[in-house]
Design a protein around this ligand. Structure first.
Ligand code: GDP
Length: 296
């Protein structure tokens, strides 16, 4: 995960460790390297600029210049700012609602929404002993409904059937009613993914959101899309009150920039990362750990 960025920054960090003293000049040189590394990892330019400015502010202050081990101090500053950039604390899922806690899943087609619904359902069932129901409102692709049925069974969570002839609002209402009557803790509502953002899609998901008032509204996005992943997340966040973002396919050769930009651009936390096709390929997103991984 984030290999390119990790390697780039590892070089910078190594050079820093070789420095006996840091001056404003060589801080500037190091910051240029960090800037290049972030841009190459496809981190959005405004995010990079802001990040560099923050590191510089801290670095040229007492924290680095004149300290015993300035190279390490600067690495510490970069680490701290990377952590902050990704949201500081791990934010976790909020399920504190009258049961069932409704989790609305949105994203473009192919992002990994259905797979992630099953992964997260499995996670909640196994780690938190939750009784989980999943329903698909994707009436445009019967195959998507079938797919959810299959992965829900693999994940060991319950599936509420729906068909392409129904209206998304009716499906959601029926699933919610079923979930209430059978005392489910969590209801996942998987929505239609389109190839691109369009008004009809947005209107439909906004209506579902208004109807269900979900405690979690998670946007699932493919990390391989790089800056486009961040732009899409922003567009969804502008249209829909998201509570978090899940970045998928971080196991692939994604450059990882999206992981660094999403929080800054949308203001919403990255809650989980998809790290494989298998249903166990999901991990909670911890900014601090991710910063350590990036710095090596
Ligand atoms: P949806 O259209 O958004 O529901 O996307 P799917 O759940 O059908 O996923 C699309 C493809 O991405 C499938 O082949 C999944 O196996 C794959 N996929 C989903 N999440 C991940 C992930 O974290 N890593 C990898 N490598 N593949 C993933």
């Amino acid at each position: 995960m984030l290999d390119n960025l990790t390697q780039r920054l590892a070089k910078v960090v190594k050079n820093l460790r070789g420095q006996a003293r840091l001056t404003e000049d060589n801080i500037a040189e190091m910051l240029r390297e960090v800037r290049m590394a972030l841009l190459e990892a496809d981190v959005a330019l405004p995010v990079v600029k802001d990040f560099i400015a923050r590191v510089k502010d801290r670095a040229v202050g007492q924290e680095v210049v004149g300290s015993l081990s300035p190279g390490q101090a600067l690495v510490g500053v970069v680490h701290k700012e990377l952590t902050e950039l990704m949201g500081g604390q791990a934010s976790g899922l909020n399920l504190a609602s009258q049961p069932p806690a409704i989790i609305l899943m949105s994203g473009l087609q192919g992002a990994g929404k259905t797979t992630t619904t099953a992964k997260l359902g499995k996670w909640l069932k196994e780690r938190q002993k939750k009784k989980v129901l999943a329903v698909s409102c994707d009436v445009y692709r019967p195959a998507a409904i079938e797919q959810l049925k299959t992965v829900a069974a693999q994940a060991g969570i319950d599936f509420f059937p729906s068909t392409g002839e129904q209206k998304p609002a009716d499906i959601a209402a029926a699933a919610l009613d079923h979930a209430k009557r059978h005392y489910y803790d969590v209801l996942f509502v998987d929505t239609a993914g389109r190839l691109a953002i369009d008004e009809a899609m947005m209107a439909e998901i906004k209506a579902l959101h208004a109807q269900l008032n979900p405690i979690e509204s998670l946007f699932v996005v493919d990390a391989m899309l790089g800056q486009d992943a961040v732009n899409t997340a922003k567009a969804f966040n502008d249209a829909l009150p998201l509570t978090g973002v899940i970045l998928t396919k971080l196991d692939g050769d994604a450059r990882g920039g999206a992981a660094l930009s999403v929080r800054h651009v949308t203001g919403k936390p990255l809650k989980f990362a998809g790290i494989g096709e298998k249903l166990t390929g999901l991990e909670e997103f911890h900014p601090e750990r991710m910063a350590s991984r990036i710095l090596g």
